[in-house]
Design a protein around this ligand. Structure first.
Ligand code: HEC
Length: 100
């Protein structure tokens, strides 16, 4: 197989999954506060990925579900409200975030 063929077939194979996860992130409201490169209301997805490379994903799911406020904040002073979306979606979005 030529390199180009490998690239095309791997794009076909990977991108629908990545896009589905991005759609989940959008549908779950996460992207309203989390942008890829820059800090907006919440930390940038790239910074989250860097910080949580080796954090247990279940721990992050619990945090995101419950939200963070007051003494729990570790990025600044803006709280993250509880995210009332299915846990499965939260897990999907976080694993997508951590690939960046
Ligand atoms: C209303 C804005 C808002 C929304 C919506 C939001 N977040 Fe956040 N998120 C924040 C803020 C602000 C922080 C930083 C909190 C802190 O200082 O610890 C944060 C932090 C995080 C962190 C890092 C937690 C840590 O302890 O380091 C993750 C992971 C995360 N958000 C994922 C998500 C996911 C997934 C969703 C969608 C289900 C989501 N967020 C929706 C504002 C938001």
């Amino acid at each position: 197989m030529t390199l180009q063929k490998i690239m095309i077939s791997s794009m076909l194979f990977i991108s629908p999954v990545v896009m589905a996860d991005q759609m989940t992130a959008m549908g779950s409201g996460c992207l309203g506060c989390h942008q890829m490169e820059i800090k907006t209301v919440g930390p940038a997805i790239k910074d989250i990925a860097k910080k949580h490379k080796s954090t247990d994903i279940e721990q992050l799911v619990a945090i995101v579900k419950k939200g963070k406020s007051g003494d729990e904040l570790s990025w600044g002073t803006i709280p993250m409200p509880p995210n009332n979306v299915p846990e499965e979606n939260i897990r999907k979005v976080i694993s997508w975030m951590l690939t960046h």
